[in-house]
Write a protein that binds this ligand. Sequence first.
Ligand code: NAI
Length: 291
Amino acid sequence: MPKVAVIGAGTMGHGIAELFAIAGYEVALVDVAEDYLKRALQNVEWSLKKLAEKGQIKEDPSVVLSRVKPIVNDVCKAVEGAELMVEAVVEDIEVKRRVFAEADRCAPPEAILATNTSSLPITEISEAVRPERRSKVVGMHFFNPPVLMPLVEVIKGAYTSDETVKKIVEYASKLGKQTVIVNKDVPGFIVNRILARVNDAACWMVARKEATVQEVDSALMYKAGLPMGAFILLDYTGIDVACFIGDAMSKRGFKTHPCPLIVEKCQQKKFGVKTGEGFYKYPAPGKFQWP
Ligand code: NAI
């Protein structure tokens, strides 16, 4: 069975692992603690059952789930024999670079090392691996939730080869995804660069009391046609993740005007769905329900 490694089993990592397992890959799923992996497997199981109920997977959920192998804190073991790694750890360049350096030591020479980063430069991440591997480092940016969102951005860093981009497009297609190739490794790539402006405008309107959170979200959904308004999407993404992304982009020259409401939520640790409260309240931490 072909093998992939997914590093980081949080909001994104567990969904990416699920997609590869559905497509028939053996998936080594890594996180720093057993509890996080247990929660990730429960989330995958819940999601697989939903897909089975809707007739969207052919196999029994337990068979698909059995292809996901949890591994505590051992990137090296996870990438052994893997043809692809997708890294989905916290949006921190140093943590990501450490994961890439370790994967480079242990993965087969032909393995591709991809990152699901939302905003960090692929080129800076590539420089954590040996020069001979850099052509195989690439951005493979899924959207939340990976199982449902159709797009994957494929981002080329300064060293990424066309062959690597082509292979990632092929993997994405096997997972049933559409791809957009991002040729310029700019902060936020395409989607998050545009969304950052939408979020800024939405947040400042509320901060200046020109509209409420609910009014802005309704306007974006019922006129602009977005599936989620800006604030509900921030809650869904994780406001902590949005703060990391904002910091990473502004450090690299993308001018933003940090909106006080988002900064406050981060300071209060009201991160959205994952903590049970952000701009809206949810029934329990991790339980999404339309407000
Ligand atoms: P998260 O905070 O839910 O999950 C990150 C996981 O990585 C945590 O479980 C953490 O324990 C684990 N981790 C941290 N250091 C690690 C290490 N050294 N080895 C193994 N695991 C480690 O974050 P989320 O939202 O899943 O984001 C992950 C990546 O995906 C980030 O780069 C983020 O920018 C990106 N992303 C997030 C999206 C979202 O909507 N949340 C959408 C698309 C991309």
